[in-house]
Design a protein around this ligand. Structure first.
Ligand SMILES: NC(=O)C1=CN([C@@H]2O[C@H](COP(=O)(O)OP(=O)(O)OC[C@H]3O[C@@H](n4cnc5c(N)ncnc54)[C@H](OP(=O)(O)O)[C@@H]3O)[C@@H](O)[C@H]2O)C=CC1
Ligand SMILES: O=C(O)[C@@H]1CCC=N1
Length: 283
């Protein structure tokens, strides 16, 4: 198995998540010449070409001689893309490792759909990255099929680690839907929180720019403390909360309005949607 630096990488779909991973890989010094992206929309293709990677509109051209093929299209499009690729691999002696980032789509569907014309199955790894991959601060979950070799797993791990600070391999496929609800969708929860902080700050007289800078840096600073400190998140929260002080007043409001329950409900809704995508699109 070639190393990540030597591997030819094909991205099928060059939208938000693929662009984030590609940006992170390029920032880490992965050769742009080794990355080919297949993307139908010319605006996205032009953005990716500006990064310096190769682009095409032909999925089979991108996936034709790649060592790793990253399926980065919407779950609803994944079947067609896999079938197209599988059919095109009948003449390949060794098959690429298929890495799917599609939310919910199961390993068995991915294997079946990408079966070659002559009946061979590619080795498939399901991955759930997140968009902070763009700034090399991603968090990813991964689940490999039993047929995936240790060196193939190492290669996927190297790919994920180059754009993620946390890469968690799970030992049950269902846990990948939990990763989706927590960290795959997670950046949006924090962006929503910042949006609401900014709205609130503005309603009390701060300018949009001031409120955005303060809220964003607070989010970054708290995040940095979470990953660098040896203290539990609950202790870090307590450290900010003076007895009967301002934070206490705010947290009391969170509690009274059921903040914990809202977060739990939201994560479970994302998990349920991932599972639903997996089952409905398998048919
Ligand atoms: N966004 C995120 O934060 C995360 C997304 N994911 C997963 O990543 C996948 C992609 O999501 P995201 O990047 O947000 O979606 P996007 O819509 O931004 O990207 C998908 C891209 O694939 C293109 N596309 C559509 N049909 C084909 C085709 N047949 N062949 C090749 N490319 C095609 C789309 O073009 P066009 O727009 O013209 O249709 C689009 O540019 C999803 O499965 C999602 O579950 C996983 C983790 C996080
Ligand atoms: O919203 C979605 O379905 C995708 C998967 C995780 C993040 N974005």
């Amino acid at each position: 198995m070639p190393s990540l630096q030597e591997s030819k990488l094909a991205f099928i779909g060059g939208g938000n998540m693929a662009s984030a991973i590609i940006g992170g890989l390029v920032n880490k010094g992965v050769s742009k010449q080794n990355i080919c992206v297949s993307e139908p929309w010319d605006v996205n293709r032009e953005k990716l070409a500006a990064v310096g990677v190769r682009t095409t509109t032909d999925n089979t051209e991108a996936g034709g001689d790649a060592d790793i093929v990253i399926i980065a299209v919407k779950p609803q499009v994944t079947r067609g893309v896999c079938e197209e690729l599988g059919a095109s691999w009948s003449n390949r002696k060794s098959l690429p490792v298929v890495v799917s980032i599609a939310a919910g789509i199961t390993l068995s569907s991915l294997q079946e759909w990408s079966r070659t014309g002559d009946g061979r199955f590619a080795h498939v790894v399901r991955v759930m990255p997140n968009t902070p991959a763009l700034v090399s601060e991603g968090a990813s979950g991964a689940f490999a099929g039993e047929d995936v070799t240790a060196s193939e797993k190492d290669l996927v791990n190297a790919l994920l680690s180059s754009v993620s600070k946390a890469t968690e391999w799970v030992d049950r496929e269902e846990l990948l839907d939990v990763v989706t609800g927590l960290s795959g969708s997670g950046p949006a929860y924090f962006f929503a929180m910042v949006e609401h902080l900014v709205t609130s700050g503005m309603s009390q007289g701060l300018s949009k720019e001031q409120a955005t800078r303060l809220a964003s840096q607070t989010c970054l600073g708290a995040g940095k403390m979470l990953v660098e400190s040896t203290e539990e998140p609950s202790q870090l929260r307590k450290n900010v909360t003076s007895p009967n002080g301002t934070t206490y007043a705010a947290l009391q409001t969170f509690e009274a309005e059921g903040f914990e329950g809202i977060v739990d409900k939201a994560v479970k809704a994302a998990i349920a949607r991932a599972a639903e995508l997996g089952t409905t699109l398998a048919k």
